[in-house]
Design a protein around this ligand. Structure first.
Ligand code: G4P
Length: 291
């Protein structure tokens, strides 16, 4: 019988650096300057990477959602999330932001969405198209912007309501992007939510503790459709019964041994977390399909 772990008995870290609060206020101040908000979500956790503050801040504004890191997520679960987000009236696109071709295809779609907004008379017609890029940390904002601008990057200077923390970047064809810092929200309400964000790299693993995160990774893998998990990465056929047995198997496979031949669980945990993030264990989603 496999172990079950009650993660809710671990305290929340409450990690919310002050600069994130400030950045949220700056985004709100910048809102009147932009035609469209583009929110990046992590396709592995489309629900858990959605910042509830953005819904309040950007209410009524057109939002374009990018399910980024789609190459790492389960295609089936991602399709179900897309259908659910589209029901909310959002435009949703899957993305691997490292792929320049995919990123360049976004611009005409953004242009159409922004021009449709202008035709409603909400923003001035005689200025470049302005798009604000938002998302929690590590969802791929910088990767996307770097692919879009390539060598044509040009910061376009301060504008009213925008401080040095937000940066305007001009693309070809009269489009300006507002690059914003990754922000979380003040109260993450469950330990599993915090651990999911850490598993996907939006909260540093040191903040939650790498060993607890490895336990959570094991629990997540044990809940997956077992056919989707590349167990052979560690020479296994199925999920071990306990996290300790899992770390032991990883350590033996990878030769992560201390003097005396015992496995070093800390090293196994670090490898496991990195390799899940890199997709070595398969294309996995950690938020279940929406109801
Ligand atoms: P951010 O600005 O939103 O904070 O994210 P950033 O672009 O810095 O991307 C974070 C990491 O995610 C980077 O890896 C980047 O290469 C990777 N990444 C971004 N988009 C994609 C994608 O669509 N697919 C995949 N597989 N990876 C993507 P990194 O620099 O190696 O950092 P890390 O992996 O050590 O966190």
């Amino acid at each position: 019988m496999a172990t079950t772990i009650d993660f809710s008995r671990y305290p929340l870290t409450g990690w919310y650096p002050g600069h994130m609060l400030k950045a949220g206020r700056q985004m709100q101040a910048s809102l009147k300057l932009v035609d469209l908000v583009v929110e990046l979500l992590d396709a592995r956790i489309p629900g858990s990477s959605r910042n509830p503050i953005f819904d309040q801040l950007f209410r009524g504004r057109p939002t374009f959602i990018l399910l980024n890191k789609a190459d790492l997520a389960s295609p089936r679960v991602s399709r179900e999330w897309t259908a659910s987000l589209r029901k909310e009236g959002k435009k949703v696109v899957f993305l691997d932001a490292r792929d320049t071709r995919q990123t360049l295809e976004l611009v005409p779609a953004w242009r159409r969405a922004a021009l449709a907004e202008r035709s409603k008379g909400r923003t001035a017609l005689n200025r470049p198209l302005r798009i604000m890029i938002v998302g929690i940390p590590n969802v791929g904002k910088s990767t996307l912007i770097n692919r879009l601008v390539a060598s044509k990057r040009a910061a376009v200077g301060p504008k009213p309501g925008v401080t040095r923390h937000n940066q305007w970047i001009r693309l070809k064809g009269d489009v300006e992007l507002l690059d914003t810092p990754g922000v979380l929200w003040p109260r993450i309400d469950s330990k599993e939510h915090e651990l999911k964000l850490a598993l996907c790299g939006s909260i540093r693993e040191e903040t939650v503790g790498p060993e607890l995160l490895a336990d959570y990774a094991w629990a997540q893998l044990s809940r997956q459709d077992q056919r989707d998990v590349a167990w052979d990465t560690y020479g296994l056929e199925k999920c071990p019964e306990t996290p300790d047995a899992f770390l032991e198997a990883i350590g033996r496979r990878r030769g992560l041994l201390r003097a005396g031949g015992a496995v070093d669980p800390a090293q196994s945990a670090a490898i496991l977390i990195k390799e899940i993030r890199d997709g070595r264990l398969g294309r996995l989603s950690f938020d279940p399909s929406p109801a």
